[in-house]
Ligand binder design. Sequence first.
Ligand code: NAG
Ligand code: NAG
Ligand code: NAG
Ligand code: NAG
Ligand code: NAG
Ligand code: NAG
Ligand code: NAG
Ligand code: NAG
Ligand code: NAG
Ligand code: NAG
Length: 630
Amino acid sequence: MRTRALSLLLALAASFFSPSVAITDTIDLTTSVSGNQTLLSAGGVFQLGFFSPTGARTYLGIWYASIPNKTIIVWVANRNNPLVRTPGVLNLTSDGRLVIFDRRNTTVWSSPAATTGNQITTRAAAQLRDNGNFLLSSDGSGSPESVAWQSFDYPTDTLLPGMKLGMDLKKRLSWNITSWSSATDPSSGIYTFKLVMGGLPEFFLFRGPEVIYASGPFNGAGLTGVPNLRAPSFVFKVVSTRDETYYSYAVTDLSLLSRFAVNGEAERVQRYVWTNGNWSSFWYYPSDPCDSYAMCGPFGYCDMSATPLCSCLPGFQPLSQQRWDLRDATGGCVRSTNLTCAGAGDGFWPMNRMKLPQATNATVYADVTLDRCRQVCLANCSCRAYSAANMSGGVSRGCVIWAIDLLDMRQYSGVVQDVYIRLAQSEVDALSAAAAARRRPNRKLLIAVVATVAGVLLLAAIGCCCFWRNVKRKKLQAKTAPSASSRGQRQIDDPIHSEEDLDLPLFDMDVLLAATDNFAVDYMIGQGGFGSVYMAQLEDGQEVAIKRLSQKSLQGIGEFKNEVKLIAKVQHRNLVRLLGCCIDGDERMLVYEFMHNNSLDTFIFGQLCFFSTETASYYNVFTSSEMFCR
Ligand SMILES: *[C@@H]1O[C@H](CO)[C@@H](O)[C@H](O)[C@H]1NC(C)=O
Ligand SMILES: *[C@@H]1O[C@H](CO)[C@@H](O)[C@H](O)[C@H]1NC(C)=O
Ligand SMILES: *[C@@H]1O[C@H](CO)[C@@H](O)[C@H](O)[C@H]1NC(C)=O
Ligand SMILES: *[C@@H]1O[C@H](CO)[C@@H](O)[C@H](O)[C@H]1NC(C)=O
Ligand SMILES: *[C@@H]1O[C@H](CO)[C@@H](O)[C@H](O)[C@H]1NC(C)=O
Ligand SMILES: *[C@@H]1O[C@H](CO)[C@@H](O)[C@H](O)[C@H]1NC(C)=O
Ligand SMILES: *[C@@H]1O[C@H](CO)[C@@H](O)[C@H](O)[C@H]1NC(C)=O
Ligand SMILES: *[C@@H]1O[C@H](CO)[C@@H](O)[C@H](O)[C@H]1NC(C)=O
Ligand SMILES: *[C@@H]1O[C@H](CO)[C@@H](O)[C@H](O)[C@H]1NC(C)=O
Ligand SMILES: *[C@@H]1O[C@H](CO)[C@@H](O)[C@H](O)[C@H]1NC(C)=O
């Protein structure tokens, strides 16, 4: 639609942008641009002049001179004040304004008077530059200090490289981009992309008064709703200082033509690049359903990899289950358990990889640590969540608390930022318990480490403790005491307990097969020369790590005994606990208690090193892997 209208535009334009000679890029107090005349930037990239999309109304604008017949207007001076009585003329007046007069000398449009400090001299001049900026310089030098006015400060619908989108609080400028009303009408349309200041600044795409897309709050490092704001050939930046906050970009190859514009037809902001004789779409936002503003309502969040896309935050439930089931999530979620609002009655649940909830109305404490932030939030009954306010350089600084509904969240697969959601402590406890049962992948590494340690110990060992202990007895036991334990483990109750007896239970192969779904890959959490490690849950709920020794590592019974003794010592030290073992044919397996992160950290990085000084074997093992002893 827009394309078709644009070709119409350029058909019309072709007659209007007639080949009048554009020999200069500058007007001063004695020259003007009138009728067909244009200014052409020095490198021939941009052109400035009057254009008339439908013939009836005429505008002063800037377009790509280097792109014949595919005219894209990147800036319009008088978008809401069209010139009707043509020809028009653009003059620079002696008081330092750029003025468009119509045929009757009526002022159609004028730039604001030069700000104080920029005394207009007789050498004042306005120059069209190769970056598309039409810059009025008070002394004609074009130096930054002499800038009295520039088109870059008054964007239309397009952001060119080097332009800023945001706000200059000192000069009281709002750099926003607003769509054309239609492809042939440059007057302000209903779509505006602009910065909203507040607790944390954020960019919003408005349709009239309504927000349809939000970039996610700026957290000092980036826009949390645009996690992949990088691309070869481009440099993107978001800057926030006391004086100004803005988004801007640059191209690394200056010959690359790129523009970022509000596309009203498609209701989105879009980046285009000029390639192969065409404008192609580079990216656009909103780019997926989860980008729709507040898609999942208050306290809901969106995840493109989930079905349905919307979920309630942990500890919350749909406001209306019926509407939620019909995939209408806009009503959002409500707490399952009310906050107590008393000291230890409430806690927090971290949500990882989040587009932060809208924070323009949140409260920011710049010099508060994250720990203190938690206290600040707990102390304020209306606080719903907290997070770090500034993640610049990957370091958490400052504090932002939300004493408002949490809106417009989504979860990404990549790292964005953690938000700590306030919940009743009872909810936190329930969630922790549930997560402990679920969070297998996070333990992968630690378990693999444990497995490796144990694996090293056992490399020299053979088979399973139970093997030399008489398979016959095991079978007998199975018959006489079929359910000595619900988890299918049986104690070796050897009446003649020798010193070497290790008192290790035997596990039935069938039990382990059932727990790991026949050693399905899904359950595997690590692998090494010693074999593979699986994580599983036994019937009684106990979580175990099962090490299935590779047959290569089977060795003599004597060595095995020694190793098992060592393991027994480890057990006495409350290290990784060996629950039992299993042998079936050529299979030898060891079953460990599954260790949870914290305790395991302590074992691996604390006690083991201390312990290593006591036992030569361990010492050797651990010093050979120095990482354990840092
Ligand atoms: C505009 O500038 C031109 C050239 O300096 C001058 O001839 C013309 O009179 C000016 N027009 C008005 C309305 O000031
Ligand atoms: C514009 O240029 C065309 C062709 O060069 C010419 O015929 C026409 O008179 C010009 N119009 C004005 C207003 O100068
Ligand atoms: C561009 O437009 C001009 C005149 O309107 C025409 O002569 C020329 O062939 C066009 N060029 C292309 C590449 O379409
Ligand atoms: C417009 O202004 C210029 C200079 O000020 C003057 O020469 C010209 O006669 C005026 N034209 C009309 C139609 O008033
Ligand atoms: C956009 O910025 C202009 C100033 O350049 C300002 O007048 C206008 O109100 C702003 N529009 C919105 C929707 O903020
Ligand atoms: C974030 O912290 C860095 C480092 O202290 C600082 O330079 C930067 O200005 C901060 N950003 C904001 C938006 O406060
Ligand atoms: C340019 O894009 C238009 C529509 O997007 C397409 O029809 C045309 O074939 C493209 N031209 C080239 C040279 O790629
Ligand atoms: C939770 O609080 C609301 C009002 O704040 C109250 O209407 C509701 O009954 C409370 N729910 C429970 C389970 O206490
Ligand atoms: C933020 O606060 C302003 C002013 O109090 C209010 O108009 C606006 O609706 C609030 N926005 C949100 C998302 O709460
Ligand atoms: C809680 O925080 C909000 C937002 O920062 C603030 O307006 C309110 O005064 C605070 N309430 C108390 C009791 O501190």
